[in-house]
Every structure is written in structure tokens, then in C-alpha cells.
Design a binder for this molecule. Structure first.
Ligand SMILES: [Zn+2]
Length: 402
């Protein structure tokens, strides 16, 4: 038996808006998409038809970068230019927090993500004792275990993390990955060990790169607020030296970009940095509202797209962003003007799926993909439904799965 979803509009991640369109699903997969007038002939007597007469169907959203374990941090921090002070205060709060609180925060983040129409997320999990529950069957989650430290202690953690992740009960909707946290918290040797362990298991790799100028000053010159923070914490080994290289160049020389990397932020990039990302088939998760929280200079997402880099959207955590809604991120960019609605929709859906290797599963409305989408009702009789949705002139995005 097929399931048919008919709506006033069907808006695929690529391709034109279909007026009075429909999706036909069989066994949870989309088998046909198109105008109702054409698909109605394929409807059998026993088929189940659901009609959304006022709604637009859009692909379910994909969050390419978040930290669900920080979902209890709403409103705890004010916007700031001082990233080093923020991460210091955040870390202090996390050290004081009970393990139970972290687990509850992850569950809250899962609920909030699904309620915002998000079907898949890349979750950077900083503690091995909590993450997405193995029994969580809704949504598609990629758990990237975050790795910290330099030298031998850092290398030992890579081995531990890979072994601990490998012992998880397998679940078809949960994928695993490794994420050296950032160049100022993890050594090049830790990045490379993570790359090797992930490659050996077919896992994706993620990290934070070029988020701040202080991060660049750390690897280039051994200077700046993040370097002082690391020295204060006595985390840097005695023989640690700056490399005279920006983080991306330093990691590229070491071989970290031998395959794709899901890079969060990438806020400050030279043409050479962009060339490394493009050549390696890497993706950049741009987090627009977190970017604004830290008052960064304009993000180079258009330059990245022009160079062929897969740019997608992430929410980052609730410690620097007001919600876990990817649609809200796209709206925030749309409100700044100059962004094509179609490009934003692709960044919020199809491109995020590609960043996580889920491009044959979700992120669009085309035959072969899972039949999962959001139904959104634009306000009034919208002539441009996608523009209305991005302008926020609509109801909530309701996640539907066949
Ligand atoms: Zn992050």
C-alpha cells in the first residue's frame, strides 16, 4: 500500500516549487514526486492519502553542527566579542554540573530538535558518559566524540573514545564519528590519530576550525587569549611550539585533509584555506546566530560556495544560540538580505545531509530518499511560499514521516 501526501505546494531542496503537488511513498521511501494532477492516476483504492490543503511540504531540516549536551544553557551567557572568556565560563559551568544534568540536557535537545522540524543532526559530544540514548529511534543522529589534549594523554583518549564508541549497541539511525575539538585544545598528533581511527572504521571526522583570530594566533605564533588560557590550565606540553602556520594549513601539511572533514565555523579564511577545504571535499557548518553572538566579521559562506565547498547550516549550542531550529538559522540569514531562498533551503537540508554522508537517505524530496518532510503553513495566500516561510510568515514546521 502506498501513502500519498498531497499539499498546496511541494518545495524540493532543488528544483522548482510544485503547485498542488504530491509525494507518493512506499515502504517509507519516496517513489514519486510531482503535480497532483499527474500523480492522482497512480492512486489505488487501498492507498492512504493525507491532504495538507494550506501547507507547503519542504525537506526536513538537517543540523550540521550542534552540542545537545549544552541544551540546558539557554540564556546563561550574554553575547560577547570575548570568545576565550566565554569558553572559560562555559567550561567552569560544565565542570560543576552533575552527569545527570548532562543526560537530561541531551534528551531536551533531541526533543527540541525534532519539534523544530530537524530530522538529522551532527552532535558534538564532549563527554563519553552521555550522548544520544541508544534506544532513541526518532531522527538521525551522528555522534562525534570530541577529543581534547596534546601528546600522549591526547592519543590515549583517541584510543579510548574509539573503543567506547565501538562498544555502543548498533542502531540504524545513529552514526558515530570522531571530532578533535579545536587546534587550541587538541594537538596535531591527536587530530591525525583521530583521522586514522575514523578512516579505519569508515567514520566521519568533524572539528572546529578558524572560529576566532585567537585560534589562528595560537598555532601561528603561540599568542592570544586562547593560548594564555591553555597555558593557565597547564594543558600544553613543555615542548609545544607554534608552527608559524594557520590551523588549516598546519593540519593540511600533517595530512588531516586526506579526506573530507565537517568543519564547524570556518569564520576567517584566506583563499589558500578555502582551496584546502575544496580539494578535500570538506563541508563547512556555518552557524549564523552563534556567529552573531560572538560578533564575528562577515562569514565567507558565499566565497566557499563559489569555490565548490559544501556549506550547510548548524545551530551550535544553546550556550551561544537562542534555539536548535535550523529553519531559524536560515531565517536569520534571509533577514540580512541578499541570500537566495533556494540556496538557503539547500544549506538547511540537502547540503547538511551531504556533510554527514546522508545524501542518499534524507535532505530532499526526490524518489529514493526516505519519506520524511516538514509541513509548514505560510500565512495568507502566499505567492512565494518559500519566501514567506523564510520571512517567518508561517506556522510551525511539523515533522512528518511515512
Ligand atoms: Zn561547536
Amino acid at each position: 500500500m502506498a501513502r500519498i501526501f498531497r499539499a498546496r505546494w511541494v518545495i524540493p531542496a532543488d528544483g522548482p516549487v510544485v503547485d498542488d503537488g504530491a509525494l507518493v511513498a512506499e515502504g517509507g521511501r519516496i517513489v514519486r514526486v510531482g503535480p497532483w494532477a499527474r500523480l492522482a492516476a497512480h492512486v489505488g483504492a487501498g492507498d492512504d492519502t493525507e491532504h495538507f490543503p494550506d501547507a507547503a511540504l519542504v525537506p526536513a531540516f538537517v543540523n550540521a553542527h550542534t552540542h545537545l549536551a549544552l541544551s540546558d544553557m539557554t540564556g546563561r551567557f550574554r553575547p560577547t566579542v570575548n570568545f576565550a572568556a566565554w569558553i572559560g565560563r562555559l567550561t567552569a559551568r560544565l565542570w560543576m554540573r552533575s552527569k545527570g544534568a548532562a543526560g537530561r540536557a541531551v534528551r531536551r535537545g533531541v526533543e527540541e530538535s525534532l519539534a523544530a522540524g530537524t530530522i538529522a543532526a551532527a552532535d558534538l559530544a564532549h563527554d563519553p558518559t552521555f550522548d544520544i540514548p541508544p534506544g532513541e529511534s526518532r531522527g538521525r543522529w551522528t555522534i562525534f566524540r570530541e577529543l581534547f589534549r596534546f601528546g600522549a594523554p591526547g592519543l590515549a583518549r583517541v584510543q579510548e573514545a574509539a573503543r567506547a564508541l565501538g562498544r555502543r549497541r548498533p542502531a540504524s539511525n545513529i552514526r558515530l564519528g570522531l571530532a578533535p575539538h579545536a587546534p587550541y585544545t587538541a594537538g596535531v598528533e591527536v587530530f591525525m590519530a583521530a583521522r586514522r581511527e575514523a578512516d579505519a572504521r569508515g567514520w566521519p571526522v568533524s572539528t572546529h576550525l578558524h572560529e576566532t583570530q585567537d585560534e589562528i594566533a595560537f598555532t601561528e605564533r603561540g599568542e592570544g587569549a586562547l593560548c594564555e588560557w591553555m597555558r593557565r590550565l597547564k594543558i600544553l606540553p613543555a615542548d609545544w611550539r607554534p608552527t608559524g602556520r594557520r590551523p588549516i594549513a598546519m593540519l593540511a601539511e600533517a595530512g588531516f585533509f586526506s579526506g573530507p572533514v565537517l568543519v564547524a565555523h570556518a569564520n576567517y579564511l584566506t583563499d589558500e584555506d578555502i582551496a584546502v577545504l575544496a580539494r578535500s571535499g570538506s563541508s563547512v557548518a556555518f552557524c549564523p546566530r552563534s556567529h552573531a553572538f560572538f560578533k564575528h566579521a562577515g562569514h565567507p559562506w558565499r566565497r566557499l560556495l563559489a569555490a565548490g565547498v559544501n556549506v550547510c547550516l548548524g545551530t551550535d549550542s544553546l550556550a551561544s544560540s537562542p534555539s536548535l531550529s535550523v529553519l531559524d538559522e536560515a531565517r536569520f540569514l534571509f533577514a540580512q538580505g541578499g541570500a537566495e531562498p533556494r540556496v538557503l533551503l539547500a544549506m538547511a537540508t540537502r547540503r547538511g545531509a551531504r556533510a554527514m554522508g546522508l545524501q542518499d537517505e534524507t535532505g530532499g524530496l526526490r524518489p529514493g530518499l526516505a519519506a520524511e518532510f516538514c509541513a509548514v503553513v505560510p500565512a495568507g495566500c502566499a505567492h512565494e511560499p518559500l519566501e514567506a516561510i523564510l520571512a517567518g510568515e508561517c506556522g510551525p514546521a511539523r515533522l512528518v514521516r511515512a
